[in-house]
Design a protein around this ligand. Structure first.
Ligand code: UDP
Length: 460
């Protein structure tokens, strides 16, 4: 009694794309800074990619109480190159990773000084790993990477399907106003319309893979001991109140970018971590030169343009954006990552005459340190695809957004950015509220403490 039995040990496994890796790594660092032993599991493919990019593993150095491990994602090279590689990856992880993750947890616990894994933390889209926790007989927590609204909308896909709202009857339903149908029966979200809910309601296919997977992934969170959300109470109070009836243990600890900044120092600004934590994982090389370019621009003058890590646009859309930006006559920093353009294309797809026309006031990067960019004084606006990480990073930075949603929860995020939060008008107010939520005594700060207490309860 009262004897310290074992240190809490969280094994974290995100779906292997930046939108899941980034917040999960932040959570891992926050837990580590609060005394939890951490094993962060990448896929071997990503781990290799990170190692090669850094010329030998600089980014993945383990440290006391924090180690990186990897499991194979099971994808063939052919599958990796296919246009629907994300679907293939999802299926392959489900098929191949459960037993290796169990084995990994047992193997690390045999290493000297490493306590047994006491909980498993997964991101969305890897719900198969709930079975890993069950097999290890430890609790599981899900860090669902969307807003609370996004999560609730995803949960409600099942009812929307059962009530016949989706799949759509035919193509005309995409344009005839049907998507504006009010959905007034989702608790905490009285003003939502069908088209806001998710890209997955926009299908004509009764067997839609995306619809089925999203529904299943969100509903499977009920099997976890707790749900962790990258949001904060004041931002989504109504929907969080409603969600509490269904999910008694919700930990709202976001925005994680702000929480990290407060707790373990600012990687982006080059300050060290107070606990000596690892630097971030970026699957693409961040173009450092864009920061110097920003330094030379007037305050608040630059439009930052990025569509995240997964969006793919057509050549026509790319040209439309390019000429729109050219015609704005404003400076802009545009992230055109490899694969942004259909056919696995990137900057090579930009029209030559566009580059010539804008060269004095544009910077094209393949990838950048986005949090750092958004917090740079020269940035005055963000043209975004409304991914949830990008949205929270922008809210934290106090940067108004222009939204171009196209997939999954991006529709509900952009709807709330515009109509509920009025970010274009209230950016400074939300920035201050973000800071208050993640500062000592704020709701996200306290909720992180509660989560850590729960993870460490068997230690004392
Ligand atoms: N990001 C980045 N550099 C870039 C573009 C994006 O570091 O040039 C990061 C961004 O900060 C965010 C993540 O990639 O954390 C994208 O996640 P989000 O949820 O916004 O979109 P997704 O990629 O999942 O569609």
């Amino acid at each position: 009694m009262g004897e310290r039995r074992r240190r809490a040990h969280a094994m974290l496994f995100p779906f292997p794309c930046p939108g899941h890796i980034n917040p999960t790594l932040k959570l891992a660092e926050l837990l580590h800074s609060r005394g939890v032993h951490v094993t962060f599991v990448n896929t071997e493919y990503n781990q290799e990619r990170l190692r090669r990019r850094r010329g030998g593993g600089g980014e993945l150095r383990d440290m006391e109480g924090f180690r990186f491990e990897a499991v194979s994602d099971g994808l063939s090279e052919e599958e990796r190159a296919s246009p629907d590689r994300t679907v293939k990856l999802y299926l392959s992880l489900r098929r191949n990773c459960r037993a290796p993750l169990v084995e990994l947890a047992r193997r690390v616990a045999r290493c000297k000084g490493v306590p047994p894994v006491t909980c498993v933390v997964l991101s969305g889209l890897v719900s198969f790993a709930l079975a890993v926790a069950e097999e290890l007989a430890v609790p599981a927590f899900v860090l669902w990477g969307t807003s609370a609204c996004g999560f609730v909308c995803t949960l409600r896909l099942r009812q929307l399907r059962q009530r016949g709202y989706t799949p759509l009857k035919d193509e005309s339903y995409l344009t005839n106003g049907y998507l504006d149908t009010p959905i007034d029966w989702i608790a905490g979200m009285p003003t939502v319309r069908l088209g806001d809910i998710s890209s997955f309601v926009r299908t004509l296919d009764p067997t839609s893979f995306g619809l089925r997977v999203e529904e299943e992934e969100a509903n499977s969170c009920a099997r976890a001991q707790g749900l962790i959300l990258n949001t904060f109470d004041d931002l989504e109070s109504d929907v969080l109140d409603a969600l509490g009836d269904e999910f008694p243990r919700v930990y709202t600890i976001g925005p994680l970018a702000a929480a990290m900044h407060g707790r373990v120092g600012d990687r982006a600004s080059g300050h060290g971590h107070s606990h000596g934590g690892p630097p971030g994982l970026s699957l693409w090389e961040e173009d450092a030169a864009c920061m110097a370019w920003l330094d030379a621009q007037p305050a608040g003058s630059v439009l930052y343009v990025s569509f995240g890590s997964l969006a793919v646009m057509s050549l026509d859309e790319l040209a439309e954006f390019a000429w729109g930006l050219a015609d704005s006559h404003r400076p802009f920093l545009w992230v055109v990552r490899p694969g942004l353009v259909a056919g696995d294309r990137g900057t090579d797809a930009l029209p030559d005459d566009f580059l010539a026309a804008t060269k004095d006031r544009c910077f094209i990067a393949e990838w950048c340190a986005q949090e750092q960019v958004l917090r740079h004084g020269a940035v005055g606006g963000f043209l975004t695809h409304s991914g949830w990480n990008s949205t929270t990073e922008s809210i934290w930075a106090g940067v108004p957004m222009i939204c171009w949603p196209g997939f999954a929860d991006q529709y509900i995020n952009s709807r709330y950015v515009r109509d509920e939060w009025g970010i274009g008008r209230n950016a400074a107010k939300w920035k201050a509220m973000t800071e208050a939520a993640t500062a000592p005594g704020g709701s996200s700060y306290d909720n992180l403490d509660k989560l850590v207490d729960e993870l460490r309860q068997d230690e004392a």
